[in-house]
Design a protein around this ligand. Structure first.
Ligand code: MLC
Ligand code: AMP
Length: 499
């Protein structure tokens, strides 16, 4: 059997008759029946550009139906798909391109000149939001077949930052992606009757794999949204059955008077993940709609790890149970902790990635003997296996479902003239969950201007990583060992964005 996940999607598509695959603004943009031919042509185009199985294709384009087809065409050809957040700046992009060494780069038309200046011999083609761009030039008449792959062949590399050093590319195999999709298919009772409201970006695990693969494996139609407009989304609830979002989406939906039990009557499942869903949001959503959000937990390196039950208690503040086929344990050092005690969550199973791209040392650091991956999330497990996330052993901020690693921001700030040192923290933010704050100390005799610091970061860091507040202080609080006390800083700035 072909291990290429795309061959599975195709066999499901073949059973869907004339049904639309993607609908946007009420218009059918793509049909399941055309998936084979559409991807065959685009895969042939990628092949003509030098693409082949195992080679990387880096993609930094706006969300669009063409972007979905591009992803599927890359899978079809057996290429390794490397999606990048559209917010990344040229200086961030430079690193990803040099690390991934793609043979093809697909970028926005406006970025073409910059990208050409950053790549060596890779082919550079463009894709605009409206199907414009050179990707569709010279598409061969004859399509490319579905590549025969083994289960351990790579399907994608997704970059994820770390507490130290540069971003690492998490290598995900076809078997990783398929096993996670199949598990969620059963657990969340997907069927071809489902209609998914797709509101997430398609450069991360949540939107690209959990949502898109869920629909493809079920043969479910997707109502495609490029942006998140709460009123528009609620307006489509009566045509949809499933929504997946980050907590910020649910917080924003709650602000809409249109969100009523009637408006949600056709929906069967609301899923939240990527960041902690406040119990208050969960409860208010249940009061306002009559439906309990199903919270699940996952990671780029592992796909989904736990889920609240589909049938059964969806408890606010918990992320449910280990998914079938996966094992989870909670440890402090080398020992498992007692039920209810906090420790670092480790996971093992077919979903766990194949390691970091060209970085065996980092890979070795993050695994324990026996294939256990150390997530860096601090959790408790109840007697019955229910998991609650209670903190992070890694220094990580999650803003609107996007990860920000303080170290990266601190290094950028510390390199600016006049800066002695800095500490970057996340504090509660009413809309984004956490907001980024930088606390900066000036060199002796220098007067620092927070606006000038922000301006200097503009070309270096994606917007979502930049501090929303910069405080210039005389000194950072330190403990007896000389370590910066971030907990103290988080307390001082706790109410900055409380809203
Ligand atoms: C946008 N901005 C953000 C931001 N998103 N700032 C901080 N954090 C974010 N997440 C910036 C914008 O550039 C803008 O700046 C300003 O903040 C306000 O923008 P907005 O219009 O309110 O934001 P919007 O475009 O609506 O985006 C918010 C959002 C989006 C929550 C819809 O960030 C989003 O789609 N997040 C989901 C990310 C995701 O898919 N995560 C999954 C990772 S996978 P200005 O100056 O222009 O106003 C993972 C594993 C797992 O974690 O378990 O799933
Ligand atoms: P990423 O590296 O972008 O895949 O982000 C993964 C991280 O997001 C996890 O390690 C968790 O810290 C966090 N995360 C994902 N889902 C949840 C959730 N439901 N609740 C709390 N944190 C979550």
């Amino acid at each position: 059997m072909n291990g290429n996940i795309f061959s599975r999607f195709l066999s499901v598509a073949a059973e869907q008759g004339d049904k639309p695959f993607l609908i946007e603004e009420g218009q059918a943009i793509a049909r399941f029946a055309d998936l084979d031919a559409d991807t065959a042509r685009l895969a042939a185009r990628l092949e003509a550009l030098g693409g082949k199985a195992g080679e990387r294709i880096v993609v930094q384009v706006e969300k669009s139906p063409d972007n979905v087809l591009l992803y599927l065409s890359a899978l079809r050809l057996g290429m390794v798909y490397v999606p990048l957040n559209t917010a990344y700046t040229a200086s961030e992009l430079e690193y990803f391109l040099s690390d991934a060494e793609p043979v093809i780069v697909v970028c926005r038309p406006d970025d073409e000149a910059t990208v050409r200046g950053l790549v060596g011999s890779a082919a550079v083609v463009t894709l605009g939001e409206d199907s414009s761009g050179s990707l569709y030039d010279d598409v061969p008449d004859e399509g490319a077949p579905v590549a025969e792959l083994g289960p351990d062949d790579l399907a994608a590399i997704l970059y994820t930052s770390g507490t130290t050093g540069r971003s690492k590319g998490a290598m995900l195999t076809h078997a990783n992606l398929l096993s996670n999709a199949e598990t969620l298919h059963g657990l969340w009772c997907w069927s071809s009757e489902d209609v998914l409201l797709h509101i997430l970006p398609i450069y991360h695990v949540h939107g690209l794999f959990v949502a898109l693969h869920g629909a493809l494996l079920a043969g479910a139609t997707i109502l495609f949204h490029r942006n998140f407009d709460p009123a528009k989304i609620i307006g489509e609830f009566d045509a949809a059955t499933v929504l997946m979002g980050v907590p910020t989406h649910y917080g924003r939906l709650l602000g809409s008077p249109e969100l009523t039990p009637d408006a949600c009557a056709h929906m069967r499942l609301f899923v939240s993940g990527s960041a902690p869903l406040l119990a208050e949001v969960h409860d208010r959503f249940a009061e306002q709609t009559g439906q309990r959000i199903l919270e699940r937990y996952g990671m780029t390196e592992t796909g989904m790890i736990t889920s609240n039950p589909y049938d059964g208690d969806r408890l606010a503040g918990t992320v449910g149970y280990a998914l079938p086929g996966e094992e989870v344990r909670i440890r402090v050092g080398e020992s498992d902790v007692a039920p209810g005690e906090p420790g670092v969550l480790e996971v093992r199973g077919p979903n766990v990635f194949a390691g970091y791209w060209r970085n065996p040392d980092k890979t070795a650091e993050e695994f324990r003997e026996g294939g256990w991956f150390v997530t860096g999330d601090v959790a408790t497990m109840a007697e019955d296996g229910r998991i609650m996330l209670v903190g992070r052993a890694k220094d990580l901020i999650i803003s609107g479902g996007l990860n920000v690693y303080p170290k990266e921001i601190e290094e950028a700030i510390d390199a600016l003239p006049g800066v002695e040192e800095s500490a970057v923290i996340g504090v509660p933010h009413a809309d984004m969950g956490e907001g980024v704050v930088a606390v900066v100390v000036a060199r002796k005799g220098v007067v620092l201007d927070p606006q000038a610091i922000l301006a200097a970061l503009e070309n270096q860091l994606a917007k979502f990583k930049r501090p929303r507040h910069i405080a210039v202080v005389d000194a950072l609080p330190r403990n007896a060992m000389g370590k910066v006390q971030k907990a103290e800083l988080r307390r001082v700035y706790a109410v900055l964005f409380a809203g």
